[in-house]
Every structure is written in structure tokens, then in C-alpha cells.
Design a binder for this molecule. Structure first.
Ligand code: NIG
Ligand code: FE
Length: 416
């Protein structure tokens, strides 16, 4: 199959197979007036005036821009039940922590997810994958974490089945250590998580294990017990930490290899120093702070200046961030976290590709990588930041296939 993307004003991309940090995070290559040829899923040419005759598909970018498909390295897309009532209660002052302790919050989804049939869970996942495609996301990480009993294995099996048919690339994370379900005994729960970790590692159903280290979830010692089991069983680890306070114990970072530390809204110098010395990726999730209404945005500038490798992600989930609007995420990173335009693009593409070990396939637009691109109806990259809370995605292209196309027929506005 041959696809040619034509009529592009600009292409913005990094190149290579390594995460970017420090000054390099602020560098981007720009092509002007070039087309992209994708043969059997992989980019074969980026040059002016590629002939479109005898191609199977011609994507007319209408003078817009192409970026590498966005890669979201932190999502919670499989669950049952939504929490709009809780959201409005929180905006009236009720605390997230209190709602969780009273049996709401994540517990609300646990009850519904356990009761849901496979078809319902599949439908929720696919509608979220479509939401991601509409926002230009061509690869993402998918976490479980809303069953938190033996049904976690069911969620992992459903994700593995979907992975075989979904065009978007996914990585699967067993979020077995999300929170303690209401009414359960903590010690017994942690023991059951450890058993499940060993099963999951043995069955190959997940790429990563995840745990939330925070005072309302698991202490550093409790998180460590689970991380130790995962590491010994050969399951790589990503963690949720420092969303509500700089809770993460440096000892934990020192002792274990952690693929990504996510949230990190609060941090201290000792943590930053250790992260830099280990080269650990940090994934910032400012949409979560926006949605919580607390707006404790992470100081990305300080992290970049300290040489931390940064990625940005939506943290799409039914509780703290019911949004996959990458464009708004990018705007928050610019307006609230002190990041720059090129840094943000790299933190949405090559860096998360590396953090998910997908850098050989995607994360940049260059010959030999997959033809994963987002075409935006914008004259330049800066405009993506200017159009507040918009979504200017015109096409999302995955391995040369258009997986989303915006309907933008102006004629519908006009009376016949
Ligand atoms: O990433 N921090 C923990 N987990 C999710 C929230 C999950 C929820 O409230 O449903 C997060 O913010
Ligand atoms: Fe999360």
C-alpha cells in the first residue's frame, strides 16, 4: 500500500532514536513544502513534489502542517462508569481525598467495572481510542487499575485482544497498585497484588507494572514491596507519584529501575538529582491539575534546566482528567509549566516513544519509521498554541492509513 501526503506547508519533527533533554529538547527540524511517501506502513521519502499517481491513497493536507503522531504514555482507558457528579461536587469544594475515603472516586469505577461485561469494557476502550485518534494520538500506553481484584487479569486479556486488532500501537500496564479498594485489608490486598504480579509477569499480559505512591494510596514501603516483586519477576515499572505532595522516597528511586515517574507536580532537589543521575523519564500530566482545579502545575522549566528527560501526557481517566485534548495539554505546558514550543512537541512525540520503548517505530517523521502523522489545519506550529482549547487535527494517519478525518465541510453552514 502506498500513501502520499501532499500539500503540506511545513513538517516539524525531531530525528533519531534517543530521548531529548536539556538544550536539545528545544530543537526541531522543519521541512517546507515537502510531501511524505509511506510504503506498506513505513516512510520512504520526505521531499518536494512526490508523484501521487498510482498511490492507493492521497491525503490532501490543504496547506496545513504535519507533526509526528502524538504518543500518550499515560492513559487509563478501560473502566465502567463516569464521575461527572463527583467532578461538580469537587468544584463546589469537596476534596478528592474525602470522596475516595467515603467509597466514591476510584471505588465508584471499581464497583461498576467488576459488574460490567466484556463487551461494555471493550466499547468504552474503543470509544476512548477513537477520542485519542481525534486528538492526533497514534500510539498510547493503556493502564488497568479499575478492577483491582482478580478481574485485573480480565482487563489485561481484553486489552491484549484489542491490541491485536487496533491500528494504534499500544503498550499495556498492569496498574495493580492503584488504591486500596474500600473495605479491604491493606496487608491482604498487597499480598494479592504480589501474587497477581507474578501471574501477569509469567503470562506476558503486560509490559509494565504501576503503583500509586501517595498518602491516600500506598506508602513508599508498601509501593516498594510491590515494585520489588515486579522487578524480581521481570516486569518493568512505571509509577504514579508526587501528584499531591513530594511524597516519593528517594530510596525507592535509588534501589529500583523505574521506566517512568508520572505526575511529579511536587518535587525536591534530592529527587531531581537522583532522577538525572539515573536518566529516568518523568511524565508530566498538567491536564490533571487543571481538572482537579488545584492547579499545582509542575515547574517543567526547573526540571528541564536540571537536565531531566520530560514527556507530557493527558492522564486520560474517568476521575481526575476526562480529556485527551493534546492541544490544550500543550497550551497548559506553555502557559503554566514554563515549557517552550519545540520542547512541548518533543515531549509529546520522541520522548514518550522512548519511554514506551517504541522509538524504532515512531516518535519522529523520518525515513524508515512508521508513517504515523498528525495533519493539523494550521499554518505553523505556533498556531497550535494560539488557538486555545481547540482541536485543529485534520487527519490522523497511522502506518499510512487515515484513522481519523475531520468533517470540515463549510457548505453545511450555508442555506441551500
Ligand atoms: O492518574 N493518581 C492516580 N490515578 C489517577 C486518578 C484515577 C481516578 O481518580 O480515577 C490519576 O490521576
Ligand atoms: Fe494516571
Amino acid at each position: 500500500m502506498r500513501t502520499v501526503i501532499k500539500n503540506l506547508r511545513k513538517i516539524y519533527t525531531s530525528e533519531g532514536f534517543h530521548p531529548l533533554r536539556s538544550n536539545l529538547l528545544d530543537t526541531i527540524k522543519i521541512y517546507s513544502d515537502c510531501d511524505i511517501e509511506i510504503l506498506n506502513g513505513y516512510i520512504t521519502r520526505i521531499e518536494p513534489a512526490i508523484e501521487a499517481a498510482d498511490s492507493d491513497d492521497v491525503v490532501d493536507a490543504e496547506g496545513g502542517i504535519a507533526l509526528p503522531g502524538f504518543i500518550d504514555a499515560h492513559t487509563h482507558p478501560i473502566y465502567a462508569g463516569t464521575r461527572e457528579r463527583e467532578f461538580t461536587e469537587r468544584m463546589r469544594g469537596k476534596k478528592y481525598e474525602k470522596i475516595l475515603a467515603e467509597g466514591g472516586g476510584i471505588n465508584y469505577n471499581i464497583a461498576r467495572t467488576r459488574a460490567a461485561g466484556d463487551d461494555e469494557l471493550r466499547t468504552v476502550f474503543l470509544s476512548n481510542a477513537l477520542r485519542f485518534a481525534r486528538n492526533g494520538i497514534t500510539a498510547f500506553e493503556a493502564k488497568t487499575g479499575y478492577d483491582l481484584g482478580d478481574g485485573e487479569l480480565r482487563l489485561l486479556k481484553i486489552l491484549n485482544d484489542l491490541k491485536r486488532t487496533l491500528r494504534q500501537d499500544i503498550r499495556i500496564t498492569f496498574l495493580g497498585g492503584h488504591v486500596l479498594p474500600k473495605g479491604e485489608n491493606k496487608k491482604e490486598f498487597i499480598d494479592s497484588v504480589k501474587t497477581r504480579i507474578i501471574n501477569v509477569a509469567g503470562s506476558g499480559l503486560a509490559d509494565y507494572f504501576d503503583v500509586w505512591a501517595e498518602h491516600i494510596a500506598f506508602t513508599n514501603e508498601e509501593a516498594e514491596a510491590m515494585i520489588k516483586t515486579a522487578s524480581e519477576a521481570g516486569l518493568k515499572v512505571r509509577i504514579h507519584a508526587n501528584e499531591l505532595s513530594d511524597f516519593l522516597a528517594v530510596l525507592l528511586l535509588r534501589e529500583y529501575d523505574i521506566a517512568s515517574i508520572d505526575h511529579f507536580d511536587f518535587f525536591n532537589d534530592e529527587q531531581v538529582e537522583l532522577i538525572v543521575s539515573k536518566g529516568t523519564n518523568v511524565t508530566l500530566l498538567p491536564l490533571t491539575q487543571f481538572s482537579l482545579g488545584t492547579e499545582n502545575y509542575p515547574d517543567a522549566r526547573r526540571l528541564i534546566d536540571a537536565d531531566v528527560t520530560l514527556s507530557l501526557s493527558c492522564d486520560f481517566n474517568p476521575g481526575t482528567s476526562y480529556s485527551a485534548n493534546i492541544q490544550f495539554l500543550a497550551q497548559l505546558a506553555l502557559l503554566k509549566c514554563g515549557m517552550r514550543v519545540n520542547e512541548i512537541l518533543n515531549a509529546l512525540t520522541i520522548n514518550p516513544a522512548c519511554s514506551l520503548e517504541m522509538q524504532d517505530l515512531c516518535g519522529t517523521l523520518e525515513i524508515g519509521k512508521q508513517g504515523d502523522a498528525v495533519i493539523m489545519d494550521l499554518p505553523n506550529l505556533e498556531s497550535m498554541f494560539y488557538s486555545i482549547a481547540g482541536n485543529d487535527v485534520l487527519y490522523t494517519v497511522k502506518k499510512g492509513n487515515v484513522i481519523y478525518r475531520r468533517d470540515h465541510d463549510h457548505q453545511k453552514l450555508l442555506k441551500a
